[in-house]
Design a protein around this ligand. Structure first.
Ligand SMILES: NC(=O)c1ccc[n+]([C@@H]2O[C@H](COP(=O)([O-])OP(=O)(O)OC[C@H]3O[C@@H](n4cnc5c(N)ncnc54)[C@H](OP(=O)(O)O)[C@@H]3O)[C@@H](O)[C@H]2O)c1
Ligand SMILES: *[C@@H]1O[C@H](CO)[C@@H](O)[C@H](O)[C@H]1NC(C)=O
Ligand SMILES: *[C@@H]1O[C@H](CO)[C@@H](O)[C@H](O)[C@H]1NC(C)=O
Length: 319
């Protein structure tokens, strides 16, 4: 009997703790105050818009009546996402274009096609990202796959689109990074995992690189009317962890209990893309629709500049 009593007590306390945490997460979540912001006539690119936070972002932007271009590596999946959003919102100005961020050639093709077919670019949301391929993988360009997808690819994409964006007037660039940046560091001798590869830590490195880039780029764009900010979306129930079976289980358990829905996780992306409150705000790191000061290593301008120069060379932006 005592045994059963104990079990009941433990279960009761566990359920109570779970409920309290869920309540806390719910009441501290902020929603982008963008009711009065119209985006008609604006064109927005969302990389990785076929899934997860990116897909939710596309849906929220469609509700604001922006033209949205889903840039994704799997165009069939992108088309299915587009059709689903059109069916749900009744809004049809959404298109799908092929972009594989792990291939510099694919990025150049995407940009050429985009410039030929589109009239303007107002917002670029660098959302696509991958986490933890189990084994080190080197891309056709000789770059490590995680770094290529999360950093070098968006670096080249952003730089190739800058001129076109400037022609459209004030613009915004938004980088989806992660709090996991705090576990990262920039080791210039190991950027392509030449010396060692750890699938988990490399994700943190690339997310730190995103914040450093935001800083460096914001300096380079001073006076152009283009702002650049980055954000942590929160912990969100998506396919990000599905690369690895062991993470899939964690993702399933914690995801069902505590993690945010993609629509909630997309709030800070939406806020930065649409809200008038962030007009002219640049070079910042946001969490839960608010600017946050990241740790010292994410504010190291010397490292940011050096990483920029290395990235220019490795992506062939300058020869
Ligand atoms: N989920 C979280 O808790 C969390 C927390 C912090 C930060 N983030 C960040 O949020 C962003 C979005 O992730 P998510 O959680 O929404 O994950 P997700 O569901 O896995 O979505 C990632 C998207 O990126 C795309 N992608 C992957 N590799 C690509 C490539 N080489 N070229 C073009 N697109 C590519 C994927 O396309 P496919 O559909 O073809 O795979 C997918 O659409 C990432 O930058 C991630 O680091 C997420
Ligand atoms: C879609 O949006 C773009 C950019 O605002 C606009 O030029 C175009 O006419 C729109 N297309 C349709 C079919 O509404
Ligand atoms: C976003 O990050 C990518 C690479 O991480 C960088 O190339 C790009 O310039 C950054 N853009 C912003 C907005 O910082």
């Amino acid at each position: 009997m005592v045994f059963i009593d104990n079990i009941t007590t433990i279960l009761g306390v566990t359920v109570f703790v779970i409920l309290v945490i869920r309540l806390y997460i719910k009441i501290t979540q902020r929603f982008a105050p963008v009711e009065n912001c119209a985006m008609e006539g604006r064109t927005i690119i969302v990389t990785g818009g076929s899934n997860g936070i990116g897909k939710a972002t596309v849906k929220l932007l469609a509700a604001k009546r922006a033209r949205v271009v889903i840039a994704c590596r799997n165009v069939e999946k992108g088309a299915a996402t587009r059709d689903e959003i059109i069916a749900a919102t009744g809004y049809a100005n959404i298109s799908v274009k092929k972009l594989d961020l792990s291939s510099l050639r694919s990025i150049r093709n995407f940009v050429n096609e985009f410039k030929q077919e589109e009239h303007r670019l107002d917002v670029l949301i660098n959302n696509a990202g991958i986490l933890a391929p189990a084994r080190k993988t080197i891309t056709e360009d000789g770059l490590e796959l995680t770094y290529a997808t999360n950093h070098f690819g968006p670096f080249l994409l952003t730089n190739l689109l800058l001129d076109f964006m400037k022609q459209s007037g004030p613009g915004r660039i938004i980088n989806v990074t992660s709090v996991v940046y705090a576990m990262g560091n920039i080791d210039f001798d190991n950027l392509c995992a030449e010396r060692s590869y750890s699938s988990y830590t490399i994700y943190g490195h690339t997310k730190l690189a995103n914040i450093l880039f935001t800083r460096e780029l914001s300096k380079r764009l001073e006076g152009t009317g283009i702002t650049v900010n980055c954000l942590h979306p929160g912990t969100v129930r998506t396919s990000l962890l599905n690369y690895r079976p062991e993470l899939k289980i964690i993702s399933f358990i914690f995801g069902s209990l505590f993690w945010k829905d993609p629509e909630v996780g997309a709030q800070t992306s939406l806020y930065l893309a649409v809200s008038g409150e962030v007009n002219g705000v640049t070079g910042q790191y946001f969490d839960n629709c608010r600017p946050v000061v990241p740790s010292a290593k994410a504010r190291d301008d010397g490292v940011a500049r050096k990483l920029w120069e290395v990235s220019e060379k490795l992506t062939g932006l300058i020869q």
